[in-house]
Design a protein around this ligand. Structure first.
Ligand SMILES: Cc1ncc(COP(=O)(O)O)c(C=O)c1O
Length: 441
């Protein structure tokens, strides 16, 4: 009988059944490795002795378990990574998904397929995290910062339109705090000018815009599963998605350009450059992710709807507490067209009505033990853009809303996991601080 043909795969060393499998060359885990992971994830409490006793019990149970099972030999890019990608495609209704090391790697992959070359321009919002613009700067592209919408702090489509030039290759909308950007306006501008859109969905896995999952509206979208995000793949991780045919080359873009399906003569595989828009070729990086990260994230996918629901209720609670306080500008909530993943609570002060601004307010919060989240300062304020030859003074001047928001108006508050008491304490103290600032205290 003819043997079934082995499925073509980008998964390295997936040799299937063999008397001496390839995985034999790599060390597998042992019980101590596994208990050290457990110790990391469930650190010792106050009672040392009881903890140690319990942990040795776990070791014994693991030994028993091992009599029934065996140690895994596939820890990178295996069937669980594939399961996670399949689940993502279904959840977001998107054609291609690739699990990578972080969102930043996903932007890199998207920008390579967009054909970004040195000297090209990329438009990104002034208010975001450095990762949005890392790859363009690494290859010597020029970053152009667009101003933000004062209500949402998301990139302003009007300012994008003003800043497009002949060299603009990509626009990178960032769904800050999980709240979707005005994608309809952005896609219209991009299509009219034949510019690629790479969505920074780092905060927005599970956000929807007009019925479509955020990240699937532009040419590419990349999400973060870093430990501070709504769900996490063991502290680091990202998923890049696309509906375009470039997604067929995601496996190559994720791992070095490996082409296992088309081996060269007398060798197991070929290594190819990635072909992007405009027939531009670039070299792939290594952004491979692990099976452990994949199983954990798959599990957290199940909890995501509940997590977003709780975050949403918390944001609604805070808005209800601030209703009628004219100096507090409400955090944008869901509408008919918008479903946010509520990663962060956007808090803005109408500082002109108060004695003091957000800087004074942040001091008051710190004094009360309410730690506001350190990001985001407008990117032109950091040293690196200037060091890399960008005119940061001109950038600053061209982004008045970002500047005003940063200096005087905005901060983010956490939404989860907070106890009812913590949430109430936060609301009470925010209100009290605003009252004090009203009186000039
Ligand atoms: C807006 C934004 N974009 C991108 C990233 C980068 O995500 P990652 O660490 O997964 O690369 C972050 C991380 O916090 C972020 O806040």
């Amino acid at each position: 009988m003819k043997k079934p043909e082995k499925a073509k795969s980008d998964f390295r060393y997936d040799t299937g059944e063999a008397k001496v499998p390839w995985a034999a060359v790599g060390e597998t885990m042992n019980i101590e490795d596994i208990t050290s992971i457990i110790e990391l994830l469930i650190p010792e409490g106050k009672d040392d002795a009881a903890y140690k006793k319990q942990l040795s019990q776990v070791s014994l149970e693991l030994e028993k378990l091992l009599e029934k099972g065996h140690f895994a030999t596939k820890l990178s890019l295996g069937s669980n990574v594939k399961k996670l990608e399949d689940a993502t495609r279904e959840l977001l209704d998107v054609k291609h998904a690739s699990f990578v090391t972080n969102a930043t790697a996903g932007f890199e992959m998207g920008l390579k397929f967009a054909g970004l070359t040195p000297g090209d321009e990329v438009i990104a919002p002034a208010i975001t995290f450095l990762s949005t613009i890392t790859y363009p700067l690494q290859i010597g592209a020029k970053v152009v910062l667009a101003d933000v919408d004062p209500k949402t702090l998301n990139i302003s489509p009007e300012d994008i339109a003003k800043k497009i030039t002949k060299r603009t290759k990509a626009i990178m909308p960032v769904h800050i705090g999980g709240y979707p950007c005005d994608m309809e306006a952005i896609m219209k501008i991009a299509k009219e000018n034949d510019i690629a859109v790479i969505e920074d969905g780092a905060h927005a896995f599970g956000s929807f815009y007009k019925g479509k999952a955020v990240g699937t509206i532009g040419d590419f979208g990349s999400f973060s599963f870093h430990e501070v995000k709504n769900i996490t793949s063991c502290g680091e991780g990202g998923i890049v998605v696309t509906n375009s045919d470039y997604g067929n080359d995601f496996p190559k873009a994720r791992f070095g350009g490996f082409d296992i399906a088309n081996p060269i003569d007398k060798w197991l595989y070929d290594v190819v450059a990635l072909k992007g828009k405009g027939d531009h070729f670039s070299m792939a990086g290594n952004h491979s992710s692990t099976e452990i990260q994949a199983v954990v994230l798959l599990n957290q996918f199940k909890r995501l709807p509940e997590i977003i629901k709780t975050r949403k209720l918390n944001a609604e609670y805070l808005n209800s507490r601030f209703a009628g306080i004219e100096e507090i500008l409400p955090c944008p909530l869901d509408t008919k067209d918008i479903k946010s993943a509520y990663h962060l609570y956007l808090f803005q002060l109408d500082h002109k009505r108060l004695n003091g601004d957000i800087q004074d307010f942040k001091t008051k919060m710190n004094d009360r033990g309410i730690i506001n989240i350190p990001h985001f300062a407008p990117l032109y304020r950091f040293s690196y853009l200037k060091q890399l030859g960008h005119d940061t003074a001109a950038m600053q001047k061209s982004c008045p809303n970002a500047e005003e928001a940063f200096l005087h108006k905005f901060t983010h508050f956490p939404l989860y996991p907070l106890t009812e008491q913590q949430l109430e304490y936060m609301a009470d103290n925010i209100i009290e601080a605003v009252h004090e600032m009203r009186k000039g205290m």
